[in-house]
Design a protein around this ligand. Structure first.
Ligand SMILES: NC(=O)c1ccc[n+]([C@@H]2O[C@H](COP(=O)([O-])OP(=O)(O)OC[C@H]3O[C@@H](n4cnc5c(N)ncnc54)[C@H](OP(=O)(O)O)[C@@H]3O)[C@@H](O)[C@H]2O)c1
Length: 249
């Protein structure tokens, strides 16, 4: 956990900041003094609670409800911020199912939220991040599944692999102005998402594949994001940082 005031005076937008990994990221950035914009899709109550936790951690926070898959909503919400230093594309959905039975709607929901949503945010925020004086940061939350695939998660894996391509291209396009863009690829992390999709027996089996012998916590991911958002990560761009207990090396 990094506790300093290195992000004081900086504004950070965390998509899907209301719960799980996004919530932990909001609090970790607030702990370093950032003003955090906590985005949510529908759980305004959870977003408010996260904002309160950010303030308790020493930062400032506001909530902002918009659907990352809706390009017009994204553009309007980001424009309304006026300035932005750190963008964390964390909002995501896991729509799972065997691909032979997967519907067009399920495919579109996965790709529109997890991949197009990040693209809309990067596009809308780019100009503000370029003005952030060598401190502009984009951090995209991808997944171990984007690098190794997973049965029953073809759309999710495709969206997360696409996010890695978006990360590297963005890093190249914005590097000349000191903006960095990296991806963080969590393994299996204890959140609502895994609680919903991972029965107890599957969980035990999964643990056997994790050399560090435990499922990750949202804070494990948030601490890495907090590092990438700060000045000490200034020479890191276009990378995929794996936070997975060693399950993929
Ligand atoms: N948990 C894991 O094991 C794991 C592993 C690898 C990668 N990841 C990635 O990490 C990220 C966070 O996962 P999590 O486990 O914390 O998920 P989670 O607990 O299910 O939370 C998802 C968050 O995304 C928001 N969201 C969903 N759709 C949205 C939309 N269209 N527009 C705006 N916000 C939206 C939700 O907002 P509401 O509260 O309003 O619903 C919520 O804040 C995701 O990108 C996920 O793919 C997770």
């Amino acid at each position: 956990m990094i506790v300093d005031q290195a992000l004081k005076g900086k504004t950070a937008l965390v998509t899907g900041g209301s719960r799980g990994i996004g919530r932990a990221i909001c609090v970790a950035l607030a702990r370093r003094g950032a003003k955090v914009v906590v985005n949510y899709a529908s759980r305004e109550d959870a977003a408010r609670e996260t904002a309160k936790a950010c303030e308790d951690a020493g930062g400032q926070a506001v909530t902002s409800g918009f659907d990352v898959a809706n390009s017009e909503q994204v553009t309007a919400a980001i424009k309304a911020l006026g300035s932005l230093d750190i963008l964390v594309n964390n909002a995501g959905v896991a729509v799972n199912g065997l691909l032979m039975r997967f519907s067009d709607e399920q495919w579109a929901k996965s790709l529109n939220t997890n991949l197009a949503g990040a693209f809309y945010c990067v596009r809308a925020a780019s100009m503000m991040l370029l003005k952030a004086k060598d401190a502009g940061r984009i951090i995209n939350i991808t997944s171990v599944v984007g690098e190794m695939g997973n049965g029953g998660q073809a759309a999710y894996a495709a969206s997360k692999a696409g996010l890695i391509g978006l990360t590297m291209s963005t890093a190249r396009e914005l590097a000349s102005r000191g903006v960095t863009c990296n991806a963080v690829a969590p393994g299996f992390i204890d959140t609502d998402m895994t609680a919903e999709h991972l029965p107890e027996a599957a969980r035990a089996k999964l643990m056997e594949q994790i050399p560090l012998g435990r499922i990750g916590s949202a804070d494990d991911v948030a601490d890495t994001v907090s590092f990438l958002a700060g000045p000490e990560a200034r020479y890191i761009t276009g990378q995929v940082i794996r936070v997975n207990g060693g399950m993929l090396m």
